[in-house]
Structures are given as C-alpha cells and as structure tokens.
Design a binder for this molecule. Structure first.
Ligand code: SAM
Ligand code: SF4
Length: 474
C-alpha cells in the first residue's frame, strides 16, 4: 500500500538537492508525495541553521503539529538537515513528539530509520561527529555524501538538476555554522560527477548546477591527475545533450585564472559568477576571518572583468556584524556602487551559538540599525540592477525556459495553451514572456521589451517560415 509523505525544505540549494534525493529514496519504498500534513503518514522538515530565523520557522511548524500527533500517533515526524545536526537531542526536548532526527551526513539512512519507527522501534537519532569529536579521517567518514542514483521524476523540472561536487567546508568564517553542521570539506571523485552528469543529460537534462559551499576550492587527486574545478567543467562541457553548466558558490581567494579562462572558453558555461564579498571593510573582513582583504577582492574583480567582460557577478553581504561601525557599512555601500553586482543577497547578522564569532565578539549592532543598513544596501543594489537591466531593451537574448512564471503558477489553468513562462539568460538574468507549455526546456531567442531591477520582459522571436510548395506529380 502506498504511504504519503509531506516534506518541507528551507535553506540553500544543497538542501533542495538533499530533499530531492530523500524523496527519491522514499518513493522506492512505497511513498508518494502529498502537499498537506493532514493526509501524510510521514512529515519531514529538511532544515537550515545559517540564521536564527530559519530555525524559529521550523520550531513553530513543529509546534503546530503537536495536536496532529496526539490525534494520529502513527504519524512519523522527522527533522533532517543542518538544524538536526546542530541541535540534536534538544529537538526531542523542545518537541517530544518528534520521532526522527537525521543530520545531513546521514540522510542515506532515512528510509530504513522510518521503517524501524513504523515497526514500533521508537524514536531515532542519527547524526555525524562534531568537528572536535575525533581524528579528521574519522569525522570525514561520518559525513557521507548522499548521492544515490537519481530519480528524474523528483526534480522540480526535468531539464535542470543540481549536482553536488563537494560537501562540507574548512573555511570557518567566524559567523558561520556550516563547517560545524556540514563537516569537513571533501570533494567527490570527478569520474562519479561526470557519470552522474551523463546520466542526467541522457534523461533530457539541459542544465546542471554544480554545488559546493566553496565550489571553486574543488580539488581531487585521481591516480596521477590533479583535478581542479576548471578541469571538471572541461570534462562536463564535452557531454552531449547538456547545454548549460553553472557552479555556486565561489570563494574569492580561490578564483584562479585557469577557472576564469575555462568559463570564457567553454560555450556551455554560464557567464555568471556568484562570489560573495560579505563586507567592504577590512576591519570587518578580518573579524569575519574571510581570509582576504578588500584590495584582494577588488583585484579578483579586476581579473574577472578583464577576462570575462560580459559576465554577471553576484555577491552576498552580511550587515550589522559584531562591531560594524557606520564607516564600515559605508565602505560596503561603496563597494556595491563601484562593482555594480548583478544582484546581492543581503543578510542581517544572526549570531550562531557554536561559532567563533559568537564566542569572540558581542552581537552589538542593534536590530533597528541592522534593519536600516539592510534596507539601505538593498536600495543601492536595486537601483544598480534596474539601471544595468535597461541596456537589454531592444536586444535579443538566449533563454533556457525553466517553467511557468510565479504569477502563472498561482492561477494555472492546465487547459490554457498560452501561458506566462520564465527562464534565464546565459548570464543568469530572469526573463518572463508569453509562450506555450511545450517550450519548457527549450533554449529560445527572446526580444526584450521591458525591464525592472529583477526581471527582463520579452517576446519569443519567431523565425519566419514561408509557405511550403508541393508539386503534384502525375
Ligand atoms: N558557502 C557559501 C559562501 O561562502 O558564500 C554560502 C554559505 S551561507 C549558506 C550563505 C550566506 O549566508 C553567506 O554567504 C552569508 O552571507 C550568509 N550567512 C552565513 N552565516 C550567517 C549569519 N550567521 N548571519 C547572517 N548571514 C549569514
Ligand atoms: Fe560558511 Fe565561510 Fe564556509 Fe561559506 S566559506 S560556508 S560562509 S564558513
């Protein structure tokens, strides 16, 4: 008999991929998805710990399930991912009706753990070793990369897929919880990555997005060959059927020339780089232990602009980090104005217990100052994004069609032929246009007619096909 699974995912692309793989493995064990917790036999939350807000959301969602569990005690409630690894038994204490806690390095065990609980085995917790709980090799082994065979049905679109090339992180930026919850940095063997990409291309996947916390730090020694990210994307570019390759997120210090040259040379490689700066002030960067100065970041941007003049660059910023003064913040604004990023993800600093930042520094920037700096920086970025989108008016761009636009998804009428579609250009700009469902997954020429800070609007360029002439032969 089929059982019903409800799964909610918060956080980054890694979590989206993890959920896809967990769902695929549970499907093989007789589960099908439901979009409401009422019908579900199993309810899973795949969680994030990067900011407090993401954790609060999950604890409130768990709180709302208290009565549901009392009324239907057979329902299995599980917490997966980074918050499971970080909080561990605390989750059982705060929500005693939770049955399952599984860290990101143990997700391969989920089907078997759920089966054990369903059989009456009681609550289970499986987490990996902490960063100081053993020798490095032992800790590495306890964080298993969860990359089973893919199930194409489980992807949000069959034409795009995330491919993990690394797990973990060794950078230990002082604000960040990722190295503790995702474990040591480990690169996957290139042969495995290439085989997975070939399989995806064979299933009709047009775009792959390579994932790693610091994706450009990828290194792998395979027999006598040392692989870098540039070597890997050369190998992936040669796969028939694939049309686009992207990789996120980059670490500024590892943005080497061989990688920039590969991005420039390889036709399938998106001309888009996400390289978070985090702050424009050396004083803050040093406290964050980012490992570079703002002069070094600028030098890296100069190399990107020189080698890839048409590439779009995106960044992340944290505002209100411990001790950030108004002068520090103004240096960040200056950097954004000067570098004209395509877009920036801006976050208010959220203190994470267990990080060096929480131990060393006081979270001393008041919430309303963080909020104001966030809005100010966002306004600067939006003005730049809007201005830099204007030159696209009247131009033709090549768009990989991803699916229905957000607006169309809300009021989708499956019988309608014409729908509003969305896709992205080679440099990751979002384009919205009217088209036909059949065009999802195709690469189309789109003429841009309008633009705001976040979106280009266009129409499909149709090539004129003249009337065909048939000669009737006697
Ligand atoms: N590995 C990627 C990197 O190094 O850029 C991304 C890691 S993190 C999941 C994504 C972003 O969240 C970071 O770039 C940073 O801007 C932000 N972030 C991380 N820790 C944070 C914290 N404690 N408070 C606020 N933002 C944070
Ligand atoms: Fe966190 Fe820094 Fe690692 Fe990115 S590089 S995951 S911000 S520790």
């Amino acid at each position: 008999m089929t059982k019903k699974l409800y799964i909610e995912t918060v956080g980054c692309q890694m979590n989206v991929l993890d959920s896809e793989l967990v769902v695929a493995s549970l499907r093989k064990n007789g589960y099908e998805l439901t979009d409401n917790t009422r019908d579900a036999d199993t309810i899973l939350f795949n969680t994030c710990s990067v900011r407090q807000h993401a954790e609060d959301k999950i604890y409130s969602a768990l709180g709302r399930l208290k009565n549901a569990k009392r009324e239907a005690p057979h329902k299995i409630i599980g917490v997966l991912g980074c918050m499971a690894q970080k909080d561990q038994r605390l989750i059982f204490e705060r929500a005693p009706y939770v049955d399952l806690i599984v860290g990101p390095g143990q997700l391969h065990q989920v089907p078997q753990l759920i089966a054990g609980i369903a059989a009456g085995g009681g609550p289970r917790m499986e987490v990996s070793l902490g960063r100081t709980e053993g020798a490095r090799a032992e800790i590495e082994r306890s964080h298993e990369s969860f990359d089973p065979l893919r199930d194409p049905e489980m992807r949000p679109t069959p034409h795009q897929a995330y491919v993990r090339i690394m797990i973990g992180c060794d950078k230990f930026c002082t604000y960040c919880i990722v190295p503790s919850v995702r474990g040591p940095e480990q690169s996957r063997p290139p042969s495995q990555i290439v085989a997975e990409a070939r399989q995806l291309a064979g299933e009709g996947c047009k775009e792959i997005v390579l994932l790693g916390q610091t994706v450009n730090s990828y290194r792998y020694q395979e027999s006598d060959r040392r692989w870098r990210l540039s070597d890997l994307i050369y190998a992936l570019d040669a796969i028939d059927g694939l049309e686009r390759i992207k990789f996120v997120t980059n670490y500024p210090k590892d943005m080497t020339d061989d990688l920039l040259d590969a991005v420039g040379e390889l036709p399938k490689c998106a001309k888009y780089l996400h390289v978070p700066a985090q702050s424009g002030s050396n004083r803050v960067l040093q406290r964050m232990k980012r490992g570079y100065t703002i002069e070094e970041y600028r030098e890296m941007m100069d190399r990107i602009r020189a080698r890839l003049p048409d590439a779009a660059v995106a960044s992340d910023f944290i505002v209100g980090f411990c001790g950030e003064t108004e002068d520090d913040f103004q240096l960040t604004c200056e950097l954004v104005r000067e570098q004209r990023f395509k877009n920036s993800f801006i976050f208010k600093y959220s203190e994470r217990p267990g990080t060096r930042g929480a131990d060393l520094y006081a979270d001393d920037v008041p919430e309303e100052v963080k909020k104001r700096r966030n809005n100010e920086l966002l306004a600067i970025q939006n003005e730049i994004s809007e201005a830099d989108n204007q030159p696209f008016l009247g131009r033709q761009v090549e768009v990989l069609v991803e699916g229905l636009s957000k607006a169309a998804e809300k009021h989708d009428d499956p019988a309608a032929q014409q729908v509003q579609l969305t896709g992205r250009t080679r440099c990751d700009r979002i384009v919205v246009f009217d088209g036909n469902r059949r065009q999802i997954g195709q690469v189309l020429p789109i003429a841009i007619v309008d633009a705001n800070a976040h979106t280009l609007f266009g129409t499909v360029v149709t090539q004129h096909v003249g009337p065909e002439l048939f000669t009737l032969k006697a």
